[in-house]
Design a protein around this ligand. Structure first.
Ligand SMILES: [Zn+2]
Length: 389
């Protein structure tokens, strides 16, 4: 490696001067290796730093064949002295979240012995994977302890122990390497091998919030947010809560009760509407007289759940079968067919085959759907003696 990693020595370095050691031009981009850099390359689940080199935007920084390669949106030249500027706000927010991740993983390791087996630090989104499951109660305790570590404003220290010291050290993310292992100790909560930039004092993290978690590969995937990202997230959630409380004209801490009430009332209204529809159906078919053949009753598309009821209103007044249909030609027709004289289970397959339908049921009632147009369905039953098919 030709490049001096300034970010390993000073994670607060915002700008630096460097020399272009090697250069490759790809379209309008320059792929640049410098003699030193404060840009942290993508790795270990964390995105690369952003900023500018020589006044041009740095769109990516990758570790390639042991070299830190900056993708710069502009033309630089070999041997040129350039100034690098880090987007330090973004870097600092990542430092807050990355150091917060150490605290959470360190505490879970100490309390339960579980390992962090995956880490992703995106923009405003941080996930940690653990190899065993944890409950909400356990995570609540972890969150409490993690924030205490923040309030205590403990030191975050970096060291490079000798191979002997390293062998005796109890730390997370053990590597096969024995030399030049960068150890990061976060107060009394975590010791871990790590190359990324961290804050110097835990108080700079601000706050650590454990959010949703789900089962993942035999363990859990946990979402967390720290520092400014947690504050922004709080702001967005507060805004939502405020708007909801204004919409519902209730205090914010009464929202759950208010929404539960609305849902209960909604359910009650659904039942009432169903009962009213049933009454309307009864009224509509009240005057039915005795029919010699089959009878087809057409219901509106929103009465699909009433086809059985409609059949029941007619079945004793009908020598053939009563066919109740709800739907339309485009989406198909829900049907119920009832009869007191014909064994419908015996003819159901033939009816479905004739009308592009599916469904079945008992001797006295079959249900399903037809894809045939209404005119075809009507003329099929008008001319048909079901006992003869
Ligand atoms: Zn780290």
């Amino acid at each position: 490696m030709k490049t001096e990693k300034l970010y390993e020595k000073d994670s607060y370095l915002r700008s630096f001067d460097a020399t272009v050691l090697s250069l490759e031009t790809v379209g309008e981009d320059s792929l640049v290796v410098l003699d030193k850099t404060a840009f942290f390359p993508e790795g270990g689940g964390q995105y690369a730093d952003r900023g500018t080199i020589g006044g041009f935007e740095v769109s990516d920084v990758q570790l390639k064949h042991g070299e830190i390669v900056h993708t710069v949106r502009g033309a630089l030249s070999l041997g040129e002295r350039v100034r690098g500027e880090i987007d330090f706000d973004l870097r600092f927010f990542r430092m807050q979240n990355h150091t917060g991740e150490h605290i959470v993983s360190g505490i879970i390791h100490r309390l339960y012995g579980y390992e962090n087996v995956g880490f992703h630090l995106g923009d405003g989104d941080v996930t940690l994977d653990f190899n065993r499951e944890l409950t909400r109660e356990q995570l609540d305790e972890v969150e409490e302890l993690a924030n205490r570590a923040v309030w205590e404003n403990q030191d975050v220290r970096v060291c490079y122990p000798s191979p002997t010291e390293l062998a005796a050290l109890n730390y997370r993310s053990k590597l096969d390497l024995r030399e030049n292992v960068r150890i990061v100790a976060v107060g009394d909560v975590d010791v871990c091998a790590c190359c990324a930039p961290h804050v110097a004092k835990t108080g700079e993290i601000g706050q650590i919030k454990l959010l949703d978690f789900m089962r993942y590969k035999g363990g859990i995937r946990l979402h967390i947010l720290c520092g400014e990202w947690a504050l922004s997230d709080y702001g967005r959630r507060y805004e939502q809560t405020l708007r909801l409380s204004n919409l519902l004209s209730v205090k914010q801490h009464e929202l759950v009760e208010a929404v539960s009430q609305i849902l209960r009332k909604n359910e009650q209204m659904k039942q009432e509407i169903k009962a009213l529809r049933r009454d309307r159906l009864t009224l509509r078919f009240k005057g039915l007289t005795k029919a010699a053949g089959n009878r087809v009753l057409i219901l509106s598309p929103d009465e699909k759940d009433l086809v059985r009821e409609a059949v029941n209103l007619s079945v004793s007044l009908c020598d053939g079968a009563t066919v109740a249909l709800a739907g339309d030609d485009q989406n198909g027709w829900r049907y119920a067919i009832g009869s007191e004289r014909i064994d419908l289970s015996a003819v159901s397959r033939k009816i479905n085959a004739a009308l592009s339908g599916r469904g079945g049921g008992s001797r006295t009632m079959i249900e399903g759907s037809f894809l045939a147009p209404l005119e075809d369905i009507k003329s099929y039953f008008d001319s048909l003696d079901l006992s003869s098919i």
